[in-house]
Design a protein around this ligand. Structure first.
Ligand code: AP5
Length: 213
């Protein structure tokens, strides 16, 4: 099963990708996670990406495409994958098609999780996560048992710097201008499947299972 997850920031791509990857035994690859790791480790890529991410802008295509190319070349995506946060521009989608074709891999579905702007701002302003195990919480929908600490390992929960409301609004604008055209790109390839993201996480998951089979 080879999938791309599309959707605005905070639509639940990460939440659902983790779950589906576990359910199907496939790889979940999030370019956002890879970039945050690079920033944390102070790598060259991280230094270049940091400013764009803090502002809620996209990192240049040239930096991102190479990351995915390396993963394909290393054979990491051979047994099935969910790409979460990639592609994010039409040139990225075109590069992905070329890389997959070269490696005789077929993209089966692009799953779009649709969520309204107001819901996104509300979700992201309530998002906290565990820096140790990466589990995500949300106030008031999914709160930890003990205030401010992770249920799994007791680590102190933190927020993402780009979840500040002003940055979230820019991320939404960027999504509409630069990422939304990909919906048509995959619609034209007849592999776009849309699910309603404003349901409980369990119901979103059920809807995704229905469209991916
Ligand atoms: P990235 O990390 O990809 O961020 P994003 O797409 O903006 O998405 P998020 O991770 O914020 O949200 P999500 O859809 O995964 O939702 P989640 O499941 O967490 O990218 C960050 C930055 O990196 C970009 O701005 C850019 O700078 C750079 N970047 C990354 N990839 C790039 C690329 N390809 N090209 C260029 N630049 C790139 O859920 C959100 C919250 O809602 C959580 O708190 C969750 O608990 C809650 N929630 C989830 N589902 C539900 C539900 N059904 N009901 C209620 N709450 C829910």
């Amino acid at each position: 099963m080879n999938l791309v997850f599309l959707g605005p920031p905070g639509s639940g791509k990460g939440t659902q990708a983790v779950r589906l990857a576990k359910n199907k035994g496939i790889v979940h690859l999030s370019t956002g996670d890879l970039l945050r790791e690079a920033v944390k480790n102070g790598t060259e890529l991280g230094k270049k990406a940091d400013g764009y991410m803090k502002a809620g802008d996209l990192v240049p295509d040239s930096l991102i495409v190479g990351l995915i190319e390396d993963k394909i070349a290393a054979g990491d995506l051979k047994s099935g994958f969910i790409l979460d946060g990639f592609p994010r521009t039409v040139p990225q989608a075109e590069s992905l098609n070329e890389m997959l074709q070269k490696n005789e891999i077929t993209l089966e579905k692009a799953v779009l999780i649709a969520v309204s702007d107001n819901e996104i701002v509300q979700r992201l302003s309530g998002r906290w996560f565990c820096p140790t195990c990466q589990v995500t919480y949300n106030y008031p929908a999914n709160v930890p048992k003990n205030e401010g600490v992770c249920d799994h390992d007791g680590a102190k929960l933190v927020r993402r710097p780009d979840d500040e409301e002003k940055v979230v609004r820019n991320r939404l604008e960027v999504y509409k201008k630069q990422t939304q055209p990909i919906e048509d790109f995959y619609r034209n390839e007849s592999i776009l499947a849309e699910v309603k993201g404003e349901q409980t996480p369990d119901n979103v998951f059920k809807s995704i299972l229905e469209v991916v089979g």
